[in-house]
Write a protein that binds this ligand. Structure first.
Ligand SMILES: [Zn+2]
Length: 113
């Protein structure tokens, strides 16, 4: 019924556009054109499982885990390290984000601190 599914989906998983644009100045590659994934606050997986996923993503599939694992990037590599950034809007409002970009597929992972 809705004609707006595409743009809405993108907006759901990316921070406000002003933040996206500012990320270019932080040294991120093509922030306006790459995929953004919000990490969310779902429960973290156990250390053991991260270890298994790190060495053999295929194990996860064999063991019936869901395809999308939060310890791995969409391209199958380990997630990039997130760093804290503080943004100040013209209004003076300050927000903090954790942001990290995968060096392989350039997907940007983020969350609001
Ligand atoms: Zn990646």
């Amino acid at each position: 019924m809705s004609n707006h599914l595409g743009p809405l989906e993108v907006e759901c998983d990316a921070p406000p556009y002003a933040i996206v644009r500012a990320c270019r100045k932080l040294g991120l590659s093509e922030p306006e054109d790459v995929r953004w994934c919000r990490k969310g606050r779902r429960s973290r997986r156990s250390q053991t499982q991260s270890w298994i996923q790190f060495f053999s993503p295929l194990w996860g599939h064999l063991m019936g885990r869901e395809e999308r694992d939060e310890t791995l990037c969409l391209c199958g590599r380990p997630l990039p390290l997130l760093e804290n950034y503080s943004f100040t809007f013209v209004s003076g409002e300050q927000v903090e984000y954790e942001i990290g970009q995968c060096p392989h597929c350039r997907t940007i992972y983020w969350d609001k601190v």
